[in-house]
Design a binder for this molecule. Structure first.
Ligand SMILES: NC(=O)c1ccc[n+]([C@@H]2O[C@H](COP(=O)([O-])OP(=O)(O)OC[C@H]3O[C@@H](n4cnc5c(N)ncnc54)[C@H](O)[C@@H]3O)[C@@H](O)[C@H]2O)c1
Length: 469
């Protein structure tokens, strides 16, 4: 869709020119005081078709899941919805309950059930593809081996904890001519697909600047980056990769030009021992005198609000079972007394080719998660919050809104990241079936580029210098 086509769809092109409501135009031409919002001449909906999630393959692509945790299960669910396009034929997970549950759900034969990924990959190739959804520091080894064995790979982000390993995976994929898709799921969410389509139409003119904000949400920060799976940057990856590689990738993708320099700042402001309130014990369950008012109370987050319970693999949301987990796992620890070093706020400034700029901000201290994005173009402006976005055309004072209710479409209901999780699987399966990586948006080649931006951001933050990419 080009700019002309975009306006045509919005009903704005009349006899070759952009149709304007003249009264409204006159209004907008009156001088506006600072902060005043110009009147909108007219508004319309941006109607993009919500894509069909079914890969519609002639025969299912067979897949082995390596790491049957939260992400492995999310991708395997696609096979439950569309068994004619995907079949899970193997599983590897150290956790016997997770392994058995996956095996039972997908009727996986005994000989294709493994504990350690090494055992699974010591066997000759047993499927068309593997999903690698082990922890961050266990992507590199299984990925290198799987490629060598001839598997196509759906690889969780971040690709690997170091730039060297990332580049080695890229090299390996080229050497063995295999498809490696990185789980940059946001690229596949209908919201971002529609946003990209509007940008590519040229409707906003040239992109000059992007402001992109990643609110983490206070309880999610405590759950994942203080108590949970990713508290230590050295053991996993720095938060700019562990959490925000999606965002660097989206900004790079939306701008469509290479990043040339990056400068970053950020630190761990709150979750430190010296900030523990007086008398706070090791665990929230040890009779903490601050439990009633602490926003990070594990009792409040897990037991009362029943949030983030997936990590416990509980048979039911029984308070006694939850309390037991809070007493025995890191999830019950005081947030000021964990072994953690991930930044709880992070900002980065990027310059792309042709002087295009972008600023990124990640913050733990928000009531909601998601993403907020503003895009400044030479002819228009877009503002979005990951469920709706609004495009303002400067010349016509016309406003168009994309607000399709993706979550209400039946097949999108259990597909995380605004549908992105399963749209990624769809494209991956199609790419594997056709042996054509062009059917994918997040190939290993483009994903490494945004990962390098993350590594350079961290280098800049630590060296307090702007870094060339
Ligand atoms: N794309 C996204 O939006 C997104 C979101 C969250 C997490 N992630 C990434 O996905 C990956 C998995 O995260 P998760 O939340 O599913 O974690 P998880 O802990 O729920 O799952 C990881 C699983 O790997 C298994 N495992 C560990 N070592 C193993 C080994 N040697 N052999 C076989 N299995 C092993 C664990 O037992 C566990 O079940 C991480 O790299 C994470 O950063 C991506």
């Amino acid at each position: 869709m080009d700019r002309r086509e975009f306006f045509k769809r919005m009903g704005l092109i009349v006899a070759g020119s952009v149709a304007l409501d003249l009264d409204a135009k006159a209004n907008t031409m009156m001088s506006l005081s600072e902060g005043e919002i110009p009147e909108i001449a007219a508004s319309s909906k941006i109607a993009t078709k919500i894509p069909d999630m079914d890969a519609k393959l002639e025969k299912p692509v067979t897949v082995m899941i390596i790491g049957a945790g939260s992400r492995g299960r999310a991708y395997a669910r696609y096979a439950e919805k569309f068994p004619q396009s995907m079949k899970v034929v193997g599983v590897a997970d150290l956790n016997p309950n997770r392994r058995r549950a996956m095996a039972k759900k997908h009727n996986i034969p005994k000989e294709n059930q493994f504990g350690d990924f090494h055992d699974a990959l010591a066997r000759p190739k047993l499927a068309d593809a593997v999903v690698i959804s082990t922890p961050d520091n266990l992507h590199y080894e299984p990925c290198m081996k799987a490629i060598e064995l001839g598997y196509d790979v759906l690889l969780e982000k971040p690709v690997a904890p170091t730039e060297k390993e990332c580049r080695a995976i890229l090299k390996q994929a080229h050497k063995y001519n295999r498809i490696v898709a990185v789980c940059h799921v946001l690229r596949y969410a209908p919201y971002f697909v529609a946003l990209k389509e509007v940008l590519d139409s040229g409707a906003i003119g040239d992109i000059v600047n992007i402001q992109h904000f990643e609110p983490i949400r206070y309880a999610h920060m405590a759950h994942s980056y203080v108590r949970g799976n990713w508290p230590l940057s050295k053991k996993t990856t720095p938060i700019i990769l562990a959490k925000s590689c999606h965002d660097l990738d989206i900004v790079r993708w939306l701008i469509g030009k290479p990043c040339e320099t990056i400068a970053a700042e950020g630190s761990l402001h709150l979750f430190r021992p010296e900030n523990a309130p007086k008398g706070a014990p090791e665990r929230c369950t040890d009779g903490c005198p601050h439990e009633a008012e602490c926003p990070y109370s594990a009792i409040d987050i897990y037991e009362r609000r029943k949030q983030h319970l997936g990590v416990f693999d509980l048979p039911r949301k029984d308070p006694a079972l939850i309390r037991e987990k809070l007493k025995t796992t890191n999830y019950g620890r005081c947030v000021f007394r964990c072994e953690n070093d991930q930044c709880d706020h992070y900002v980065a400034i990027m310059k792309f080719q042709d002087g295009v700029t972008a600023s990124f901000s990640m913050d733990a201290f928000t009531p909601w998660g998601g993403r907020r994005t503003r895009i400044m173009g030479t002819k228009g402006f877009i503002e979005g919050d990951m469920s709706t976005f609004t495009f303002y055309d400067f010349r016509s004072s016309h406003k168009s809104v994309w607000d399709q209710k993706v979550s209400e479409v039946a097949e999108y209901k259990d597909a995380g990241h605004g549908g992105g999780d399963h749209m990624l699987v769809r494209d991956f399966l199609r790419a594997v079936a056709a042996q054509d990586e062009k059917l994918l948006s997040s190939t290993i080649d483009v994903s490494i580029e945004s990962h390098v931006m993350g590594f350079m951001a961290e280098k800049s933050r630590k060296s307090m210098k702007k870094v060339k990419i």
